[in-house]
Design a protein. Structure first.
Length: 341
C-alpha cells in the first residue's frame, strides 16, 4: 500500500469528519435541552432570588435563543473549550482527558480478550456446523447476548467478591489502602510497574479482573456469532470448494479460510470496540471505576449539560478514529482495497 493511497484516504476521511461532528454536536445540543431539567435553578440553589437566578442564566448565555447558544458553544469547541462542568466547576475537556485512560484500559483489555476468544471459537464452530462444539458455542454466544450488562457486573461482584471472596470490592481502580502511583500513562497498573511499586501494581491488576471479564463476555458473544457466520460463508464459496475438491491439505484449507475471513472479522471487531464504549459506562458505574463512562452517565443523571455535550462529542470522535484505524487495517490486509483508495 503506497503513501499516496493512504494520503488520499486520510484526506477523504478528514473532509467527512468535520460535518459529522457538527451534526452530532447539534443533535446532542438540542436533545439535552429537551429533557426538562433546568440547571439554572440547581446551580443558583434553593434559596436564590429571582434576580440571582436570572444573573446565572445570563452568565451561562441560557437566556439567548437555542441557535445562538449553539453558535457560541460551537465557536468555543473549535478553540478547544468544551465549557465547564456545572457540578465540579472544572473544564469539561480536562475532566474527560483525565478519565479517558481508565475507560480505554477497560475497553481495550476487554474487547481484546473477547476477540482472542471469540475469533478462534467462531472459526472452529464453522468447521463442523451443528456439531457438539458448534452447539455449545452458539448457546454460550446466545447467553452472552441475552445477559444484561448491569446485571452481569452485579452478579460478578456478588459471586466472586461477596460469596467466594476471590476478588476485591468494586470500589475504584486501586485498593483504598494503597496510594495510587504518579500519573505517567494514566493506567494505574502500568504506572505502578514503571515506578517499581509492585504492591500498587498487584492491587490495580486485581481491580481490573472483574470489569475486564464482564466486557470480555459481552464482546465475545457477538464476535463468536459473527465470525462463525463469516467463516461459513467463506467455506461455501466456489474457490474453497474447488480447493477442497483438488485435495488441498486441511491445514492449508484452514489458512485459506482464516485469510479470507479476516477483513470482515476485523471490521466487525472495530464496530464492537466503537459500540461498547457506551456500554462500558454501566460497568464503570457498578465498579466505581471513575472513567469517562461513569462521568458521562453521572452527568446525564444530574443534568450537567456541558459534560453531556462533551461526552457525546468524545464518543463520536472516538468512533470515527476507531473506524479510521479499522479501514487502514483493511487496506493493509486487502491490497484491492488499497488500490481503490
Amino acid at each position: 500500500m503506497g503513501a499516496a493511497a493512504i494520503g488520499r484516504f486520510l484526506a477523504r476521511r478528514a473532509l467527512l469528519l468535520a460535518p459529522l461532528l457538527v451534526v452530532v454536536s447539534f443533535l446532542c445540543f438540542m436533545l439535552v435541552r429537551l429533557g426538562g431539567q433546568d440547571p439554572v435553578a440547581m446551580l443558583a440553589g434553593p434559596t436564590a432570588t429571582a434576580a440571582e437566578i436570572e444573573m446565572v442564566r445570563t452568565t451561562l448565555a441560557l437566556d439567548q435563543p437555542l441557535w445562538a447558544q449553539f453558535a457560541v458553544w460551537l465557536g468555543n469547541v473549535l478553540q478547544g473549550d468544551l465549557g465547564r462542568s456545572w457540578i465540579s466547576n472544572r473544564p469539561v475537556l480536562t475532566e474527560l482527558l483525565d478519565r479517558m485512560p481508565a475507560t480505554l484500559e477497560l475497553l481495550l483489555y476487554g474487547v481484546g480478550i473477547g476477540a482472542l476468544v471469540g475469533i478462534p471459537v467462531g472459526l472452529k464452530a464453522a468447521q463442523r456446523p451443528d456439531g457438539a462444539f458448534d452447539q455449545v458455542s452458539r448457546f454460550l454466544s446466545l447467553l452472552g447476548f441475552s445477559t444484561p450488562t448491569y446485571w452481569l457486573a452485579l452478579m460478578a461482584l456478588f459471586v466472586f467478591f461477596y460469596l467466594l471472596d476471590w476478588a476485591p470490592p468494586g470500589m475504584g481502580r486501586i485498593s483504598l489502602m494503597v496510594d495510587p502511583p504518579e500519573r505517567i500513562t494514566g493506567s494505574y497498573m502500568w504506572d505502578a510497574l514503571l515506578q517499581g511499586r509492585m504492591e500498587a501494581a498487584r492491587s490495580a491488576a486485581a481491580q481490573l479482573v472483574l470489569p475486564v471479564a464482564c466486557i470480555a463476555i459481552i464482546s465475545a458473544a457477538p464476535i463468536i456469532k459473527q465470525t462463525r457466520a463469516i467463516a461459513l460463508e467463506v467455506l461455501s464459496s466456489d474457490y474453497v470448494r474447488y480447493a477442497r475438491a483438488q485435495g488441498l491439505p486441511a491445514q492449508d484449507m484452514r489458512r485459506m479460510v482464516l485469510r479470507n475471513s479476516m477483513v470482515p472479522v476485523v471490521t466487525f471487531v472495530g464496530t464492537e470496540l466503537a459500540g461498547l464504549i457506551g456500554t462500558t459506562a454501566l460497568i464503570e458505574y457498578v465498579f466505581a471505576w471513575g472513567g469517562v463512562g461513569q462521568f458521562g452517565l453521572t452527568a446525564i443523571i444530574q443534568g450537567d449539560f456541558a459534560v453531556v455535550q462533551g461526552y457525546v462529542l468524545m464518543l463520536a470522535l472516538f468512533s470515527v478514529l476507531v473506524f479510521l484505524v479499522v479501514d487502514l487495517a483493511v487496506m493493509l490486509l486487502e491490497p484491492r482495497a488499497a488500490a481503490r483508495a
